[in-house]
Design a protein around this ligand. Structure first.
Ligand SMILES: C[S@@+](CC[C@H](N)C(=O)[O-])C[C@H]1O[C@@H](n2cnc3c(N)ncnc32)[C@H](O)[C@@H]1O
Length: 424
């Protein structure tokens, strides 16, 4: 970080404004060059500051509330939030206070409030990390918390919130021997066979990146392909494939894979990933609904969804989104299931999965698919896998994974998975 830390902090503040005010996702902002003017160290720092502040935002707001007679403009509030989180994490007070006072002072519309920022952040500095760490775990914004509480109950949602606040370690899937990769990278092999690194640092610097010995994939995201068992020689269609984690698993298992994705840009990532790990798949840029080849042994449908299962890694999501896309996504998932079923040969299998915490994007999709297609069979035994607790199975025969599961190991992404057999 530069000596004053100002460029990284200004960028973190910009990111927060764009996420909260404009509803843009962090990945989208980074992809659009939001960090490009920063040095490498500052880029990492800006992202970490923004992510930590989003994870702790509700706690920061509660700490700030007694010191604010009325809500200041968002520009000022975000400076206060960033400063409060940094101070809570033990950053030196003078640097933090000066930086956020300066950020507010440089904006003509807020410069008159620099005294307020100075005074409030000094109060936060005297409260210090002790006060910060005593505060309750931050709550998820209400638009998402309410449906989660209705689905899973308050205690489960509190456990999920603890997992979201803790963030996520880095998980890898080995192309070959998981133990050998774990030894090389200093990680642990998880009960499901993924490899976990607790403090990973930069991905490209991890042993085996250049030689393509592994790819980044959350342990939960690796389960849908594991539920297929051996795939050698099977003709598999990965219908929503980018960035290709599951395509690589299938190709590594010896399947003849066709990977389809709507986005040409994201499909480039699939191709780059396949090249790096030395695996092959046929890639097709197409809307899944326009892809009409049939006769596949297996269709893997990792459907576009709310991605609410990935909040540990993407704390921006609850602040950039507001739930207004749910209806469209749910309708699209239903139509994708029906389309996928048409592309499977008789007796073949569909794996449906979403990285969502919402039953409407998981359990309910399968219940409704069974009503529309009563001859389908749910292969619940396919989900009897190492590391998977039987109590995580659901009544319609699928599997519910939650971020608070494996909490002693560092959690997992939220996911829903079901394996379905088409009648012969
Ligand atoms: C959850 S991600 C897939 C992740 C991927 N299966 C993996 O394991 O790396 C969903 C993908 O669906 C793609 N997508 C969204 N709508 C689509 C459509 N109508 N047809 C094909 N792909 C679509 C998105 O571009 C995105 O890459």
């Amino acid at each position: 970080m530069t000596q004053t830390g100002l460029p990284a902090r200004r960028t973190a503040h910009y990111l927060l404004m764009q996420i909260i005010e404009e509803g843009r996702l962090l990945a989208e902002l980074v992809g659009a060059g939001a960090l490009s003017r920063l040095e490498a160290e500052d880029r990492a720092r800006a992202q970490r500051l923004a992510n930590d502040t989003l994870r702790g935002l509700d706690r920061a707001d509660r700490m700030l509330k007694p010191f604010l007679k009325k809500s200041p403009p968002l520009f000022v509030m975000n400076a206060l939030r960033l400063g409060t989180v940094e101070l809570g994490e033990g950053e030196a007070a003078h640097g933090v206070v000066n930086a956020y006072v300066e950020i507010v002072a440089r904006n003509k519309r807020t410069q008159a409030m620099k005294g307020l920022v100075n005074a409030v952040l000094r109060k936060m500095a005297s409260a210090g990390p002790e006060e910060w760490s005593k505060r309750p775990v931050p709550l998820t914004p209400g638009w998402l918390r309410q449906p989660l509480v209705s689905a899973w109950g308050r205690d489960a949602v509190s456990a999920m919130e603890s997992a979201h606040f803790a963030g996520a370690p880095l998980d890898l899937t080995a192309k070959g021997d998981a133990k050998a990769v774990a030894n090389a990278v200093g990680g642990q092999v998880l009960p499901s066979g993924s490899i976990r690194i607790q403090d990973a640092g930069q991905v490209t610097q991890i042993a085996g990146y250049a030689t393509g010995d592994w790819w980044v994939q959350d342990a939960a995201a690796a389960i849908p392909v594991k539920a297929l068992g051996g795939v050698k020689g099977l003709k598999v269609l990965d219908l929503c494939a980018a960035p290709g984690g599951k395509t690589m698993q299938l190709a590594a298992g010896g399947a003849e894979v066709t990977a389809v994705d709507l986005s040409a840009k994201r499909m480039e990532r699939v191709e780059e990933n396949l090249t790096r790990v030395g695996l092959t798949a046929r890639t097709v840029v197409s809307d899944a609904f326009d892809f009409a080849e049939d006769g596949f042994d297996v269709v893997l449908l990792d459907a576009p969804c709310s991605a609410t299962g990935t909040i540990r890694r993407h704390p921006d999501l609850p602040y950039a989104k507001d739930g207004s896309e749910f209806g469209t996504l749910i309708a699209q998932q239903e139509a994708l299931i029906d389309h996928a079923l048409n592309l499977i040969k008789p007796g073949g299998r569909l794996v449906f999965c979403t990285c969502s915490l919402l039953p409407d994007e998981g359990e309910v999709q399968i219940e409704e698919a069974l009503q529309r297609h009563p001859k389908l069979k749910v292969l619940t035994e396919a989900l009897d896998l190492p590391g998977i607790d039987k109590s995580w199975k659901t009544t319609e025969g699928g599997l519910r994974l939650r971020p608070d599961y494996w909490s002693e190991l560092g959690g997992m992404d939220g996911f829903y998975i079901a394996v379905i057999e088409k009648p012969a």
